[in-house]
Design a protein around this ligand. Structure first.
Ligand code: AOF
Ligand code: ZN
Length: 360
């Protein structure tokens, strides 16, 4: 199952609106005879890849799958049926499928006499599929807010220069986060100050767009929240053809020459965050990497729309300049958004802290 969870992760960033899923088949002697993972929505499910690899050796074997095999005929035939037809004797899955369209595979397998077990490495599998599981539960994309700051929490200096707070290693790590996300979102302040490109740099040195795992790097949708349509100018780097781009503007904004625009209701000084997330969800986005700036991040926190925080802390001090997070509607200590740290690692000279909000 550990191998299946690792395989599933290779689909991150390319399977939405579908989950990441991995599958490993072991014969009666415990020898691996086939494995596979889901690569893209509409393509074969993980179980089908693994069954194809195993061929006749699947007969009497055990299949380890990170998600309950599906029961439905969607873009592909039901995996529960495929496992039965291949003669698999036992199916061990980590996490039940919450998708009402697809769930029920476990019962079908049991009814056909296949031994079924659930829950092995469930936490690891759930963690690997967190974005998809959150999006099914909440009906909106999973949001990771990423920021870089000095040890005293500043994201830019007093003169607003901000390149480069963190190291090249930390920035490379951010490119991995981008490649795993369906959309990268920034606000108008960041668009104006940094003219960011926001594409994921492919890990393949030859620029082929293929990373070390042999999976195409699917570029995330680049989203700029430009309420008044004043920040994204013709010739902005975010408008090049490296990846698709969507500019979110207010319903009454004059979006003149902007290519692809989505119009949303205003809320406070910005746009309505739930409406923005609904618009992205409607386009198939299941995971969002929010890259700032502080005002937009504050609106997301205020809307209860941050599911994970990834902070890169550089061992440097500024003492003045904007903080990573601006007003989030929190005015007293008892209202602080409390988080649980899930990870803290050194990335080059910097520290990366990952945390998730405590359940309310
Ligand atoms: C996948 N890959 O490996 C497994 C999935 O869009 P469809 O018709 O291919 O069905 C997608 C649903 O199938 C998905 O939401 C999930 O509930 C189930 N299992 N899906 O894309 C896989 N095993
Ligand atoms: Zn399936």
């Amino acid at each position: 199952m550990r191998r299946a969870v690792a395989l599933a992760a290779r689909g991150l960033g390319s399977t939405s609106p579908n989950p990441v899923v991995g599958c490993v088949i072991l014969d009666a002697a415990g020898q691996p005879v086939g494995e596979g993972f889901h690569r893209r929505a509409g393509g074969p499910h993980a179980e089908v890849h693994a069954l194809r690899a195993a061929g006749d050796l699947a007969r009497g074997a055990t299949a380890y799958v990170t998600l309950e095999p599906c029961a439905h005929t969607g873009r592909t035939a039901p995996c529960a049926r495929a496992l039965i037809d291949a003669g698999v004797a036992r199916v061990v899955y980590a996490v039940a499928d919450p998708n009402p369209r697809a769930r029920g595979g476990a019962e079908i397998l049991r009814a056909a006499g296949v031994a079924v077990e659930r829950g092995l490495l469930a936490d690891e599998a759930r963690e690997g599929n967190a974005a998809w599981l959150t999006s099914v539960r909440l009906g909106r994309p999973h949001v990771t807010w990423k920021y870089a700051a000095t040890l005293d929490g500043r994201s830019a200096a007093a003169d607003s220069t901000s390149r480069w707070i963190t190291s090249a290693e930390a920035r490379a790590d951010v490119h991995r986060l981008r490649a795993e996300a369906d959309a990268v979102v920034v606000g108008s302040g960041t668009a104006r100050a940094d003219d960011p490109h926001l594409a994921a740099r492919p890990a393949g040195a030859d620029g082929s767009g293929v990373d070390g795992s042999g999976v195409d790097v699917v570029q995330p949708l680049r989203v700029v929240v430009d309420t008044d349509a004043t920040a994204v100018r013709p010739g902005a780097r975010v408008l090049d053809d490296a990846a698709p781009t969507l500019v979110a503007v207010a319903e009454d904004a004059d979006a003149g020459a902007l290519p692809e625009v989505v119009r949303l209701p205003r809320s406070g000084r910005g746009l309505d965050i739930p409406a923005l997330l609904a618009a992205l969800y409607a386009r198939g986005v299941r995971s969002v990497l929010l890259e700032g700036g502080p005002a937009l991040a504050g609106s997301f926190v205020a809307a209860g729309a941050v599911d994970k925080v990834v902070g890169y802390l550089a061992p440097a001090l500024l003492g003045a300049g904007p903080t990573a997070l601006a007003d989030a509607g929190i005015s007293t200590i008892t209202e602080a958004l409390r988080l649980r740290m899930t990870d803290a690692v050194r990335i080059g000279p910097d520290l990366r802290i990952t945390a998730v909000p405590l359940a309310p």
